[in-house]
Write a protein that binds this ligand. Structure first.
Ligand code: SF4
Length: 291
């Protein structure tokens, strides 16, 4: 979603800037996909605090795990690898959506274009279903369209989207190989955050898209996307970016910053959000290339 920001030319960077100003990851191990459960979550489980354990702590996973595409929440038990132990944890994923055996992207677009399931249908200029390769191995998911996207009907075409394009290109991604969309297919007025009810009612469209694409990986762009797609109980994006999780779609999911956050920071110094994004996108590319 394109958010309001103090737009200046100096916010714009190109691929050369990314390559020259941001250092390489220090070692290949940073690309390792298996992660430890956050300490607080282990403590909660160890203490047997059922009400807290049910808060669905983030689940680190191996991206090699194959899952079914998920409209209702159900519970699956999976075994996840940890650096020094193996734990069985519960993961809530969506059940596969039924009744769309002969689905198509044209049909999804038609259904979205006439959708009136939430109030955003009254304020949208255009629906913004998604764009990209219908057989993509990687789907990038943001939260909702912004003003430019609402006008054009295409996701990530505003200033933040252009920034994302440069980051993807600098990391070696060909945009035409990817599929890019949002949880919501219509713009919330004044670029407000999507609310949970809107995201829930809109999710079947995303499920249908994922069921057709069958991606191996998902990249969540930003805090809202990550908290919806991965789990509402995960820490903020600044703590979980660059990590892999299971998700409600049953597809290995990587957490990253939203480009609208990145364009508000001019710094490219080590540790800055743009520097962190550079590490993350390269880690994602390495995983992508390993598929
Ligand atoms: S945001 Fe989703 S659920 Fe709401 S009107 Fe648009 S397509 Fe329908």
């Amino acid at each position: 979603m394109a958010r309001k920001s103090s737009s200046t030319e100096s916010n714009e960077i190109d691929a050369v800037d990314l390559i020259s100003l941001l250092s390489m990851p220090e070692n290949g191990d940073s690309y390792e996909i298996e992660l430890s459960v956050p300490e607080q979550d282990i403590d909660l489980i160890a203490l047997g605090k059922e009400e807290l354990a049910l808060a669905k702590p983030p689940v680190p996973i191996s991206a090699s795990v194959s899952k079914t595409i998920p409209t209702t929440l159900t519970t699956q038990t999976k075994t996840v690898a940890k650096p020094q132990q193996t734990q069985t944890k519960t993961v809530n994923v969506l059940t596969p959506i039924q009744g769309f055996e002969n689905d198509s992207f044209d049909q999804i677009r038609k259904d979205i274009s006439v959708c009136q399931q939430c109030g955003l249908c009254k304020t949208r200029k255009n629906v913004v279903p998604g764009v990209g390769n219908e057989h993509a191995k990687l789907v990038l998911i943001g939260e909702a369209p912004g003003a430019d996207e609402d006008i054009q009907g295409i996701p990530f075409v505003g200033k933040a989207g252009k920034h994302l394009d440069k980051i993807l290109a600098a990391a070696g991604f060909k945009k035409e190989e990817l599929y890019i969309c949002n949880i919501l297919k219509c713009r919330p007025p004044n670029n407000r955050d999507p609310n949970l009810a809107e995201m829930k009612v809109c999710t079947p469209f995303l499920q249908r898209q994922l069921a057709l694409i069958k991606p191996k990986l998902i990249g969540c762009l930003g805090n809202i996307s990550a908290h919806y797609v991965i789990s509402p109980s995960i820490p903020g994006i600044t703590r979980i970016r660059g990590q892999w999780f299971d998700s409600i779609f049953g597809i290995p999911t990587f957490a990253m910053y939203h480009p609208s956050y990145l364009i508000r920071s001019e710094s490219r110094e080590k540790g800055s959000p743009n520097w962190q994004m550079w590490q993350d996108i390269r880690a994602l590319k390495a995983k992508y290339d390993s598929l």
